[in-house]
Write a protein that binds this ligand. Structure first.
Ligand code: G3P
Length: 217
């Protein structure tokens, strides 16, 4: 399973990248706003900076909702850097645009996916990635990980090549459950990635080893 970080914060991207386990980055307009990046020019510059930091796929989201504007915006985003993947919302015009991008060699990530039916449509249209938002599904009283499992089963049975990118990760256990459920990628906040490191027995064991090691000095 690939690890992406879900942020536009350069310090957090650097910290995850320095771990050596980062395969890519996802962003969205809310994450851009959170770090105070405003305006097309600044946002595009920020995407290029991220592409230069991380050697992997970088999702850049369109903010248009009609076919012609999504295509125009996506073409501009894709031209910024070879690693840009155009993130397109799961709406009717978005599905049409994903098909157009797929036919024209532009890679896509279909975002805001909350059902197996939407995931089938994204795959049929030729999306490279499909992004089910598992945390938001859990928040609404449903089971996000179960959706990952369901999409994984469907894609395997049907031979779809779209990669399942589990998004809206809330904690380290989500990452483990998504790995088990067949996600190809998990895009996570930094704290969820770092949370995988933690176990109290590791800390206790290390403290004892270090203490005992002093006896040999
Ligand atoms: O990648 C999508 C993700 O950013 C949504 O996460 O935490 O806003 O539900 P969240």
């Amino acid at each position: 399973m690939k690890f992406f970080i879900d942020t536009a914060d350069l310090a957090q991207i650097k910290e995850a990248n320095d771990l050596g386990i980062l395969d890519g980055v996802t962003t969205n307009p809310s994450l851009m706003a959170k770090v105070g990046i405003k305006g097309h020019e600044a946002i595009n510059k920020h995407y290029v900076t991220i592409c230069e930091m991380v050697n992997g796929d970088i999702s850049a989201e369109v903010v248009s909702t009609d076919f012609d504007s999504i295509i125009a915006e996506g073409k501009k985003l894709a031209a910024l850097h070879k690693n840009i993947v155009v993130k397109v919302p799961m709406i009717k015009e978005g599905v049409k645009a994903i098909k157009w991008f797929s036919d024209n060699g532009i890679r896509t990530n279909c975002t805001l996916v909350f059902s197996a039916g939407q995931a089938i449509l994204a795959a049929k249209a030729g999306a490279n990635y499909v992004s089910p938002f598992i945390g938001r599904i859990d928040d609404s009283g449903w089971d996000g990980v179960q959706l990952i499992q369901q999409i994984s089963n469907i894609y395997t049975i049907q031979g779809f090549r779209t990669e399942i990118l589990a998004a809206s990760i809330r904690n380290p256990n989500h990452i483990i459950q998504c790995a088990e459920a067949g996600a190809d990628v998990c895009t996570c906040p930094l704290e969820s990635i770092l949370g995988l490191l933690k176990h109290p027995l590791t800390d206790i064991g290390l403290a004892k080893f270090l203490e005992d090691a002093k006896k040999f000095v």
